[in-house]
Write a protein that binds this ligand. Structure first.
Ligand code: ZN
Length: 766
């Protein structure tokens, strides 16, 4: 392994300078000098009782006021209109809640909240109507190719290009404000019908032709120019609706009366509904996240990831409250039963660590399972007591993980879960497990963020434009390191294959066979596709060029001896010459000077066991290619270890990803956390102090919801390197356990020990 003599000075450079948030929030509206910060910049704790149609006859407002107080909420989300109106609307077809009986429940709740000093966001849910509305305005509704209306159960789905959005909804928004003066608006399903259904109504046909001079695409076909334009046209329309709704609410309610439609925490989910996270982030004063629970196999850390991702595109000075289900939701969906308390609590804690503002969420205003009322209170009260350390801070991380919604669309296509999400998730898991702090970086924000980062990870980012490739090259030319996997840069921004990797020069590899065309069902690119079938297995061979014999072990041929000569990225694998792989790889041409520490072992049978021997123990097909160019270290990993780690959770795969990341990052990683367990670490800088979240995910249910209890871990030894130009702290306050830790200064680092972590600890240094 080569040394990295520049790492200290480089890190010094990386951590200095203007704030990442300021650098990234390029288009965010600037706050007017002399004008106080708008309400939505200091509403840190949220609550939502999602009203059912039955609730108007049983809503105990006095009880909920006491609950607001107990849980220290500063803002509530109250159902107003859309599919169901909770006030006597002047619009005759605005469907009243079945049991409303003329009551103005929305108005009463808004007044109660305002009397208690609590802000109100009026909640809309506005993409479908009852049949009477459809009969009155049949031209406002989405239609399939046969001209039949799209339906969801007994409701009719409105077309986003119709006057329903341009005229009717603005009227409803104005009416709601004029009656009750909510502080802002949100909408549960503002983006209309998703990608899976093409609308052929007259509004869509006419507007699409006017914009593109083309007919609407006949089917979902990513290789069809009309479909590609239809995708982009749909994104533009959602952004237009966002702006229209804000003009409407701010026009009637003043500049602070923002409209902020809800956003998913999943980029694939956003892509399917044409909600562009980065475009929205540039327009939103506050991001309302509807991301209520973890998926079974992506862990709680996905909530910390969501917080970091959202803030990385909208700035760390804005708030991102997130709806957090207190009812049981997946696996197993029970709207009026309590979510196991530990599961709900850990979801809140994991999100808070990523910069998310907690927002408890109940379905219905009356519950027979009252246990769910006990869950949020302690978390919310802790957040209030520690409010100052949870906001107005920026991450300290030298590793950035690249993402792009365009890649999700045009490389992911109908298989984004496998092509895009799984590789990203694999890196997330590997970095969290290795306790390496990282930040998500949108590809188009790379130039602004580059000065903070020493390593950029490209998790199978197949679709990159020439300009995006160049921004990655510039990052490397300026001394940044790159760790890319799979089909990264093999396709252009439309998902069309390039003759070679767009970043072949950077990766030091060249394709020897054409990349497959991306279809809806298969990937094809760069030898990346597919695993070995279950009846065969494949492997990666370690450092074959350094071994005396690779046909089989010889007496006295102790792998550990050879291990001493192996590359640093193979650290910890001294006792093995192979690693399980499972995928398939193709030949690549490797540039002179590059190192290939892993090569492919082709498939051989798994069954019957008598046949399970390597037919071809060695090949020259690379599984990992390393090169150094100036200060920049570049790792290109053709093998889809990232995706496999997300799917199979083999520790070898996590260790390999972490090893390569550490090698490429040099000495720039500012945090070392030692001790047992799975701990999600988030490090922030806030003025002169550092704030470290240690989220203890060690649990029988780390990978299988729901979590039932907490398993304390400790002691945990922590070393934090002070950012350049600052002295390491001499104090460490543990904001959860309420104690101080003794700090030992070691050069530029502060070392301390956390005796035990139950669910989380937050350490304040300085
Ligand atoms: Zn339409």
């Amino acid at each position: 392994m080569s040394s990295k003599p520049y790492s200290t000075t480089r890190r010094g450079f990386l951590l200095e300078g203007a704030g990442l948030a300021a650098a990234l929030a390029l288009d965010a509206p600037a706050q007017q000098p002399g004008r106080p910060a708008p309400w939505y910049r200091h509403a840190y704790r949220w609550g939502q009782t999602n009203i059912t149609e039955k609730d108007p006859v049983r809503y105990d407002i006095a009880w909920w006021r006491s609950f607001w107080k107990r849980t220290e909420v500063q803002a509530v989300i109250v159902n107003a209109g859309g599919i169901v109106a909770y006030y006597p609307s002047k619009f005759p077809l605005h469907h009243r809640a079945e049991f409303l009986n003329g009551r103005d429940l929305f108005g009463e709740l808004t007044k109660a909240a305002h009397d208690d000093g609590i802000f109100v966001m009026a909640r809309m849910d506005s993409n479908r109507t009852a049949e009477d509305f459809f009969q009155a305005h049949p031209d406002w509704f989405a239609r399939n190719r046969n001209g039949e209306p799209y339906r969801a159960a007994d409701k009719y789905i409105t077309c986003i290009n119709s006057p329903y959005y341009d005229e009717y909804l603005p009227g409803v928004l104005r009416e709601i404000w004029e009656r009750s003066r909510p502080d802002g608006f949100t909408d549960n399903s503002w983006a209309g019908m998703g990608r899976e259904s093409i609308c052929y109504c007259a509004n869509c046909a006419g507007k699409f032709r006017a914009k593109t001079n083309m007919d609407l695409p006949r089917a979902a076909n990513w290789d069809d120019g009309a479909y590609r334009k239809w995708i982009l046209w749909n994104y533009e329309r959602r952004t237009e609706v966002w702006e229209l709704n804000n003009r409407t609410t701010q026009g009637v309610g003043g500049p602070d009366c923002v409209w902020s439609g809800m956003m998913s925490g999943s980029v694939s989910g956003l892509a399917r509904s044409f909600r562009d996270l980065r475009e929205v982030a540039h327009r939103a004063g506050i991001m309302m996240l509807d991301h209520q629970r973890r998926d079974d196999d992506t862990g709680f850390q996905q909530n910390g990831e969501t917080g970091k991702r959202v803030h990385s595109v909208m700035g760390w000075d804005k708030l991102a409250p997130e709806s957090m289900a207190m009812y049981q939701s997946g696996p197993g969906y029970y709207r009026v039963a309590s979510k196991p308390a530990a599961e709900a609590r850990m979801w809140m804690i994991a999100g808070i660590a990523g910069g998310i503002q907690p927002w408890w969420h109940y379905i219905a205003a009356y519950h027979e399972d009252r246990r769910m009322y006990d869950t949020p209170e302690p978390v919310m009260r802790w957040c209030k007591a520690n409010e100052s350390i949870l906001v107005n801070r920026e991450p300290v991380a030298s590793v950035g993980v690249l993402w792009s919604q365009r890649n999700t669309d045009f490389f992911g296509r109908e298989d984004a879960g496998d092509r895009v999400d799984a590789p990203y998730t694999g890196f997330m898991h590997a970095l969290v497990r290795a306790r390496i702090p990282y930040v998500p970086i949108h590809v188009d924000d790379l130039a602004a963020a580059a000065g903070k980062l020493s390593l950029l990870v490209l998790p199978n980012i197949g679709a990159l434009s020439e300009r995006q490739c160049e921004s990655i090259r510039v990052f490397a030319r300026n001394g940044g390191s790159v760790f890319a996997t799979g089909a990264s840069s093999r396709y252009d921004e439309w998902g069309d294959p390039r003759p070679d990797f767009g970043l072949a020069d950077l990766f030091s590899v060249h394709a020897t066979a054409p990349a497959g065309r991306l279809s809806n069902a298969q990937q094809g690119g760069g030898g990346r596709r597919g695993g070995a079938a279950p009846e065969v297995h494949t492997y990666l061979r370690l450092s074959p060029e350094l071994r005396g014999s690779i046909d089989g072990p010889k007496a006295g041929d102790e792998p550990a001896a050879a291990g001493a000569r192996r590359h640093a990225v193979l650290q910890g694998f001294d006792r093995t010459d192979i690693l399980p792989y499972g995928g398939t790889l193709q030949e690549l041409k490797v540039d002179a000077g590059a190192v290939v520490p892993l090569t492919f072992v082709p498939p051989f049978p798994t069954y019957p066991p008598e046949t399970s021997w390597m037919r071809q123990p060695t090949t020259s097909i690379p599984g990992l290619v390393l090169s150094e160019k100036g200060r920049s270290r570049v790792a290109y990993m053709p093998a889809d270890i990232d995706r496999r780690y997300a799917r199979e959770h083999l520790p070898d795969h996590g260790d390999l990803l972490a090893n390569v990341a550490r090698w490429a990052a040099g000495g720039s990683i500012p945090l070392v956390v030692e001790g047992p367990g799975v701990i999600d670490c988030h490090l922030y800088r806030q003025g002169a102090r550092l704030i470290l979240h240690l989220v203890n995910l060690t649990n029988a249910a780390t990978w299988r919801a729901p979590m039932e209890d907490f398993i304390p871990v400790g002691p945990i030894r922590v070393t934090v390197t002070a950012p350049a130009g600052t002295q390491p702290s001499t104090t460490a306050r543990l904001a959860v356990s309420g104690t101080m830790a003794a700090v030992r200064r070691n050069g530029s680092a502060a070392e301390f020990s956390v005796p035990s972590i139950r669910d989380h600890e937050v350490v304040v240094l300085g």
